[in-house]
Design a protein around this ligand. Structure first.
Ligand code: NAD
Ligand code: TYD
Length: 339
């Protein structure tokens, strides 16, 4: 099998490349990535010379380049991770989210139709379900809930999902969609909650918690996500949506306190800052469908996953210090300077 993995120089895509090369040593992977601020070739360093791996730099919204790549390579399976992925950035500048997340998905699906693929898998997010109230712990996201996005990011991801379902129904494109909860683990860009808090705590800087810190996320270790997508590729039903996540709900404040405790840093570093606009209250996945059909459940408990993640950031300071010393400094000043 030959896979096209888009966005494979980012957090989850890179972990997926590592997972697949390990689990399916006979399969080939081509990673196509524009190397935006979030894409980092250093992340892929360990596989760049792997005989079953090839990296191609390019934009998913560049129709000519994408069609050329499909013509050259002849893919069996496409897994689309490429996206603008940070909610706060989407609030500042939605345009690029619509271009990459919606039009980029369209271009990839058009090429998949033109050249033929056995599967087009769209990597989606649980944020397309909007949010759940904090006082109804009995409620969970299920696949049959309507999409109702809160941020430009989630609206763009919801649009891509709708387009993918439309391409399945109208053109018979063999689409599957997964909608995963918040991931954490190695190689996550330090603008996201967990790596940002680890980096700040290590530098004895304030930990900026939005609003009251009561917002709840359902955390999933990235390797569990990769295993779930692999399961859907092998055994998922075409035309179906699968939620991924479950059983790891924590408030932001709880997460931040765990990080401080693990690093032996004081809670006085916690600083409450202005809330995110449109801030979703609670995400929580019901994984019954993927469990029933694919046999998947999360394996990594948060207590273990967060320890492994913190250790990874301690062991790979060069990786994230390189990132936060560059253009990211300006981003940090802009987002947190007057918050
Ligand atoms: P990320 O921001 O770390 O990586 C995104 C990657 O896509 C980067 O390598 C970037 O260079 C690349 N990219 C961006 N625009 C591109 C373009 N126009 N053409 C080609 N490549 C482009 O994101 P992530 O956290 O790894 O998320 C990957 C996917 O998983 C996204 O689709 C996201 O919506 C989805 N997702 C993420 C989470 C999470 O918690 N991080 C949860 C559920 C779903
Ligand atoms: P984030 O990692 O951006 O993921 P998402 O918004 O996709 O869930 O944020 C996770 C939660 O942490 C979210 O409720 C916003 C909150 N948050 C903070 O409180 N402070 C921060 O500096 C960041 C980046 C996020």
């Amino acid at each position: 099998m030959k896979y096209l993995v888009t966005g494979g120089a980012g957090f989850i895509g890179a972990n997926f490349v590592f997972y697949m090369l390990q689990e399916h040593p006979d399969d080939e992977i081509v990673c196509y990535d524009a190397l935006t601020y979030a894409g980092n070739l250093e992340t892929l360093e360990s596989v760049m010379d792997h005989p079953k791996f090839r990296f191609v730099k390019g934009d998913v919204a560049d129709r000519e380049a994408v069609f050329r790549l499909f013509a050259e390579e002849g893919f069996d399976v496409v897994v689309n991770f490429a996206a603008e992925s940070h909610v706060d950035r989407s609030i500042e500048d939605p345009g690029v989210f619509l271009k990459t997340n919606i039009l980029g998905t369209q271009v990839l699906m058009d090429a998949s139709r033109e050249y033929g693929v056995a599967r087009f898998h769209q990597v989606g997010t649980d944020e397309v379900y909007g949010d759940l109230p904090l006082d109804r712990p009995d409620l969970f996201f299920t696949e049959d809930m309507p999409v109702t996005a809160s941020s430009p990011y989630s609206a763009s991801k919801a649009s891509a999902d709708l387009l993918a379902m439309a391409y399945h129904r109208t053109y018979g494109l063999p689409v599957t969609i997964s909608r995963c909860s918040n991931n954490y683990g190695p190689y996550q860009f330090p603008e996201k909650l967990i790596p940002l808090m680890i980096a700040n705590a290590l530098a004895d800087k304030d930990l900026p918690v939005y609003g009251t810190g009561e917002n709840v996320r359902d955390w999933l270790y990235v390797e569990d996500h990769c295993r779930a997508i692999d399961g859907i590729l092998q055994n998922g039903r075409v035309g179906e949506i699968y939620n991924i996540g479950g059983h790891n709900e924590k408030s932001n404040l709880e997460v931040v306190k765990i990080i401080l405790q693990q690093l032996g840093k004081p809670e006085s570093l916690i600083t409450f800052v202005g809330d995110r606009k449109g801030h979703d209250l609670r995400y929580a996945i019901d994984p019954a469908k993927i469990h029933g059909e694919i046999g998947w459940l999360p394996e990594t408990k948060f207590e273990n996953g967060i320890k492994a993640t913190i250790q990874w950031y301690l062991d790979h300071e060069d990786w994230w210090k390189n990132i936060i010393s560059g253009e990211y400094q300006q981003y940090y000043e802009k987002m947190y300077g007057n918050r």
